[in-house]
Design a protein around this ligand. Sequence first.
Ligand code: NAP
Length: 293
Amino acid sequence: MQVDAATRVCGLFGYPVGHSFSPAMHNAALRALGINWLYVAFAVRPAHLPAAVAAVRALDMPGANVTIPHKEAVLPLVDEVSDAARLAGAVNTIVLRDGVLFGDNTDGRGFLRAVAEAGFDPHGKTVVIIGAGGAARAVGTALAGAGVARFVLINRTIERARALGDLLASLGPEVRVFPWSELPRPSAALAALFEEAGIVVQTTSLGMHPAANISVPIAPALFHRNQLVCDLVYNPPRTRFLEGAEAAGARVLNGLGMLLHQGALALEAWTGRPAPVEVMRAALERQLAGGKE
Ligand code: NAP
């Protein structure tokens, strides 16, 4: 990759960003497309976020990704937001279009693409979501848009699950909320809902590297072979949560597909071209295996 006077810069705003897989994924894609851009991870302190967002316009960047801890704070800093970003309450992608800063959220659509790849259609289904943070909100609102019939929400802080439940119910689906303490000792009502659930989505940060030995405390009997069990965590690729689900016969999916497809959707918005998804997937897998680009 040669940097010259025509090179443009896009990238990631987060804090910290040192361990992000996004530069490897996006630079591999840009090389494959023959686009003279660089994707850089910028460690942006919270106090500097408004200046960083303004720099997208000032430096004529095609756009930027936004990650923890800035996804919510960036919402009022852009000129326009997509419905997905408004519903998710967060922006993970900024696109500069004709001088206008457009905020989108590709996490939920990225998740939908990943489960579609696994052959799952959420329409009319019961979905269990464990966790009620930003990722749960992005995934839940996208699933509601895809026609989910019923949500079962479980979170350590039940008020957050209730707040997410109110939002999801306002979009149409039926919502049931259960306390975290039921996961290891489920009531008959919760067990029956897991029985009918086509998909279980683990959206908490539990089990993520370097605390991979900590896991969601869940009764193994809640998993069954007609379920797709997803963990949004991708490092390690097989969390203890997924190991438990697999042992019970469920199909499992980690968060790598969501990471890949949220990135592919962002790249498509910036370039207007189809993303080289397999090139991006291979770059992510090399990162996960500890390989260097
Ligand atoms: P967040 O907004 O901070 O929410 C964190 C969630 O985890 C909350 O539900 C929180 O429960 C729960 N939690 C944290 N520590 C816990 C503990 N010790 N016991 C029980 N629950 C706990 O974070 P987020 O943005 O939603 O991200 C959550 C996870 O999703 C992270 O691992 C992130 O890497 C992953 N993610 C992956 C992708 C992808 O592309 N694969 C995209 C986005 C996020 P409380 O409400 O009780 O605090």
